[in-house]
Ligand binder design. Sequence first.
Ligand code: ADP
Length: 391
Amino acid sequence: MNNSERVLVCAPFGRDAELISREIRLAGMESVVCGTVQDICAGLSEGAATALLADEALYSQSVDDLSRALARQPQWSDFPLIVMTSGGETTETSRHRLRLLQPLGNITLLERPLRTATLVSSVRSALRARRHQYQIAAHLQERAESEKELERRNHELTIANRQLEEFAYVASHDLQEPLRVVNTFTELLLRRCAVSDTEAAKYAGFIHNGIRRMENLLRDLLSFSRTIAHEHAGTTSADLMRCVAHAVSTLNSRIGESRAEVTWSDLPVVYGEEAQLTQVFQNLLSNALKYSRPDADPRILISAEQVGDEWEIAVSDNGIGFEPKYAERIFGLFKRLHKEEYPGTGLGLAICQRIVERYDGRIWAEGKPGKGSVFHLRLRSVAQVPAARAN
Ligand code: ADP
C-alpha cells in the first residue's frame, strides 16, 4: 500500500469505522481503520492522504496530540482532516468540540448522518488536494537536491580554479630559474664557438629572441596569477589622478622615445586599490604606445565622465586600431591580433579586466583599423561604496 494514498479512519463507537472504511474502499481508495486519535497521529508520521474522524474521538487531550502531530509535519504539508460531527452548532458540547478543532487548520466538517456520496466525494477531493501537496514536496525535494549538487560543483570548481591558479603561479615562477641557466650557458657556449661564424651568430640571435619572449611570457603570467590571487589590501578608494601620474612616470622613457603626448583631464577618486588601478593604466598606456601608427606620433588622451553612480574613464589613442569584431576577444588570455609585427604576450588586457571586475567595474574596447582605439572603464564612485568598505 502506498502510504501517501491512505485514508485513516477513526470512529471509536460501534462499527462506524469499518462501515466508512468499506465505503471508501468500494470507491477505489485505500483505507485504514485507527482505534484512537493517537493511532491517527502515528499513521500521520508514516504518511497519509487524509484522516476521517468522528467528533466523539475529539476531546482536549486528543486534540492536543493531533495538533502536535500536525505541527511535526513538514513545511509543505497542509494535512486535510475530515471531521464527522453530530449536532453541528446546536449543543454546547458540539460547539465546544468545534472550538477545539479550530487550531487544527485544514478541516472539513461533515454533518451526520452521512450520505455515502457526500462521504466519498469529500474524501476524494481531500485525496486530490493531498496529492498536489506530495507533488509540491517532490518538486521541492528535487530543487533542494539540484541546489545541493550545484553547490557541490561550485565548490569543486572553486578548488579546481585555485589549483589552476597555483599551478600557473608555480610554473611561471619556477620556470624562470632554468631559463636563466639556459640563457647563461648558451651565451658561454656561443662565445666558445668561432665568433666570426656568421651562421652561429644568426642562431645565437634566434636563441636570444626565444629566451626573451619566454622571459616576457613568464613575467606576464606571473603578474596575471598575482592579480588573480591578490586579496583586498583594505584600501578601497583610488585617486585616478595619482594612478595615471604614476603609470606615466613608469613609462616616461618610452613616452619620450616615441615622441608621444599623453594628456588627461580631471580624474575622479573611485572604488578600487591604487596600485591595482595604476597597473591597469600602465597596461593601457603601454599598449597605446606599442600599437601606434608609424606615420603619426602617439596622442593619448585620458578623460572621465560621470554616469549615474559611476565614472566612465576613456583611454583613447590615434594608433593602428583594430577590427570592431575583435573588441571582446582581445581581453582573452593570450589573445593577440598583431602577433608578428609587435612583441607581446596577450596577457595585458586580461590582467586589466580581472582588476576592473574585482571592483565591480567593467572594461570594454572600441577600435577602427587605422583610426585608433578607445578603452573604456566603468568604475564605481567612492560615495557609492558601503561605509564599511570605504576608507
Ligand atoms: P599584448 O599587447 O601583450 O599582445 P594585450 O592583452 O595587452 O596583449 O592586448 C591584446 C591584443 O589587443 C594585442 O595583441 C593587440 O592586438 C590588441 N590591442 C591592445 N591594445 C591595443 C591598442 N591600443 N590599439 C590596437 N590594438 C590593441
